[in-house]
Design a binder for this molecule. Structure first.
Ligand code: BT5
Length: 202
């Protein structure tokens, strides 16, 4: 589809708030967010100019969040893995996250990647923001348009969750697979949302 306008801003509430007013193909990048958000009313934190904070306006698709995860992992480099449903991990620590919000006819795909700062216990990439952004614009364009089966196959390749013992919604089990819409299957039970903890083997 090709990207349209790339809007570069200083301080915003959330890049998601700006992007939702823009047309398909728009890209919003900010230096700082005063109300950066994660899923389920959680906060996304970071001091000014320490992260890539970007939102893409895309057509909705059932596997967009997984496609964005694959695209972001590829843009970050080969050591980056994915934790279900939407975390980017570097050496087992959270490097970034993805938040997809939908309006009537669009999906606003927000990606945050720590570059020069990370909260305690999290990871940072230590690469220049615009280089990561440029790679990400290429990988998102490719993966957002890819067939769902290809997205799922690549997500499985990059996943650090599948095959592991996990805790989800207070229950432990082995993460066996993801379903056609990205749902996680743990010991035959199907989860469409939730927070996963990776457990040591045993
Ligand atoms: C996410 O949510 O991981 C999605 C984060 C998406 C952020 C981007 S930035 C650009 C765009 N604009 C926005 O307003 N949002 C998107 P979730 O899985 O709910 O994880 C949130 C949790 O991650 C928090 O509750 C913290 O525990 C942790 N966290 C917060 N800031 C972090 C950071 N900088 N690095 C690592 N972990 C963080």
């Amino acid at each position: 589809m090709g990207w349209g306008e790339v809007v570069r801003l200083g301080t915003v509430t959330s890049t998601q708030d700006i992007a939702r007013k823009l047309p398909l193909g728009a890209v919003v990048v900010a230096d700082h967010q005063t109300a950066g958000r994660g899923r389920l009313e959680r906060r996304w934190e970071g001091p000014p100019r320490t992260a890539l904070l970007v939102s893409f306006v895309l057509e909705p698709s059932p596997v967009l969040s997984l496609a964005a995860g694959v695209a972001a992992a590829e843009a970050c480099g080969k050591s980056v893995r994915l934790k279900w449903p939407n975390d980017l991990l570097l050496h087992d620590r959270k490097l970034g996250g993805i938040l997809v919000e939908t309006t009537r006819d669009r999906a606003i795909c927000g990606i945050g990647i720590n570059l020069t700062w990370a909260p305690e216990g999290a990871a940072r990439l230590e690469e220049p923001r615009d280089e990561v952004l440029e790679r990400l614009m290429g990988t998102i364009e490719r993966w957002a348009a890819a067939p769902a089966a290809e997205v799922l196959a690549q997500w499985r390749q990059l996943s650090d969750t599948l095959g592991r013992r996990v805790r989800i919604d207070g229950t432990e089990g082995v993460a066996q697979d993801i379903g056609a819409h990205g749902e996680l299957i743990v010991d035959g039970r199907v989860y469409v949302a939730g927070s996963v903890t990776h457990l040591p083997p045993g």
